[in-house]
Design a protein around this ligand. Sequence first.
Ligand code: NOJ
Length: 804
Amino acid sequence: MKYGYFDNEKREYVITHPKTPVKWINYIGTLSFGGFVDHTGGLLVCKGDPALNRITKYIQQLPSSDFKGFTIYIRLKHKDGFRIFSPLFVPTLDPYDAYECRVGLGYSRITTEYYGIRTSVTFFVPLAGERVLIDIAVTNIANHPLVCDLVPVVEYSHPIAIKQYNNADWVPQTMQSKIYNEDSGMKVLTQYAFCNKGITENFFTSNRPVSSFESDRKRFLGDNEYGRWSFPLSLRQEELDNYEAFRGDNIGALLHHMGKMETGETKRLVCQLGQAGDLEKALSGIKKFRKEKAVDEAFEELGRFWTTLLEKVVIKTPDIPMNNMIGLFNPYQCHTTFNWSRFLSLYQLGLGARGIGFRDSSQDVLGIMDRIPEEASKLIEKLLHVQKSDGSAMHQFYPSSMEANMGDAAESDDRPRYYGDDNLWIILSVSEYIKETGNRDFLDKVIPYYEKNRKGKPIETGTILDHLKRSIDFTRNNLGSHGLPLVGFADWNDSVNLETGSESLLVTNLYGKALREMIGLLRYIDDGETADAYSGYYEAMKERFNAYAWDGGWFIRYLDHNGNPLGSKTNDAGRIYTNAQTWPVISGFAPEDKARISMNAVYTMLNTPKGIKLSTPGYNRFDLSKGGVTSYPPGAKENGGIFMHANPWAMIAETILGNGDRAFEYYSQINPAVKNDCIDEFEVEPYVYPQNILGNEHPQFGLARNSWLSGTAAWMYQAGIKYILGIRPEYEGLRIDPCIPSHWDGYKADRVFRSKKFSIEVRNPLHVSKGVSSLTVNGTSVKGDIVPVSINAKEIAVTVVLGE
Ligand code: NOJ
């Protein structure tokens, strides 16, 4: 069974059946104001922070058929009463004549046909306006006139989202709704927690006269809430009760009489759901978006935003699925992870357990760097505000308060309260930003470290360059008995929690990669002395790595506090880990022969046709000495599952070794578009990368979960563009060093780099994977594989010929 198809022309995925295997969503707006909408109109919206300022009540764990945050009811006069249905499928679950949900860039449009009415509902957040616009168009497609009412309904959450679920005493006593009658006769229904009255009030309004309204869920559903969302009893009455809730479960239901519609006639109703400090002040914005023209313009503006963004990098390869992914949904997902980190999805509940992750967002910015580097730099600055003065990093923070915490590392008293890798990722982000923009002044920006004095003022500040140096120092100062970096509470693999004193070979290699980046950066800013010192650190760590990490056929992953290896042939479970093989190639620590042997071990022991497993075999019982990884059954998540984030690192490592065919095999096998053909097995959205797929030790091998917010997006994007296509920004120019499948004749790409437009053509007459034999720039032959940034032209035509 298929549930949809890609409409690349329109830049949409079209869901054609409402009963998808699990809920499928799309993001609208940004973290400043926005959230997600599912394919049946369920809506989760917040402003600035889903944990501390949530607006709608969408409970992710509810069955797909349940009302979640928002719906619309249509009422048709029928005999003595009404026919009532929802044009969004949930919660009335009607057998429509037609259904589709178009998942677009920053919007979703659900169109259904039932009882002679075609309803098209577009959800989006305008670029400038802090509100969700719900643009409803109803068309009479019957062969007789129709009279209908439209009743959009929103259910509110307490702004402090967790309170909604853990306090049923305080919350209901604080929730209130009020109607605001404008002189024009238009109505705005407001809703707020009492402590936010006049400070942050939610508003719900529309561009047509509201005939009556309801704000109390109990009254709306009726019969002491034995009335159901699928058939609210209050909708049997001609009008709603115009009741302003003083407490309880607050909703906003606005009843509109759309009047008589002739055959073929369309009428529109535009609803706005937003939040305002001062409603009087918000009225001008509200009035603006009551005009259909303004709504249309805002929608077009959103489209133009995406066109501009997408045009910055355009690729044309012989592989259509790759073109489509890199041309559309991969950058879209990168933009989404950049916005939401791991804060809010169907899987990250946004209640406060996760926030903006230091490690996560440091990697997410790499996925948007070529298109919106200045936006990336703003997030980098925020991240650096939660770096501590010893160079370690707080694991996550909440953007509305900038309060940070150590995540799960705060849980155990006998374990370190830091993650061994967090501090190093930011070096990759900053160096990439400088390579992309050439803006070395960024390094001089002064940013406080996280610690505050009693008055809440930062105790110490440092330039961004100082922050990076402290990142290196932290790892250098926290080594174990073999002189390798300590794991901390965990490293990138959150779920392996070893006793204090354990050492991580992943952090070892990430440190190596970070040092290489620092050395390049320091040379770029003419600090040869520090660069030399860092080269010394690099060589020393490389030596230690090679003294302890080789296990015969592959590299080990950890040394525990007693010096015993994990990820070794001496282990029964967890004998080999993917990251332990890929990162030594990325860091340059692995000698070439061992790099090839270990990457072959990934291919033979860890690869499956559905993706590369993180480790194998899985641990098959809970073992406190290994931690969270053993809480999963074998094949799930980090315990032998296909953990997607780690797959692109294998692709990158293969390109470093020159294996374009294998890198591309890895790339293609996890392209979500491929999953469209086995979607009943895969289950989640086929237009974005999920975080994990169950591995082949699991009975449900191939089932994916945790879609959208995963580092997979940014790294797949980089693996595709920077390593397979080989278009990599460097300090001195744009490098073009492809490592492509040998059967390709070449590819073309357009890319904006440092305000210049590059038109790139790669030719592969000898059908090799790697090796630039000639580089021609605007007709002139250039040595090497870098197009120097000093070239004096706005438009640069580049021809690269691959060869021996
Ligand atoms: C998900 C987290 O968001 C990410 O930071 C981590 O690296 C992976 N889990 C692996 O454990």
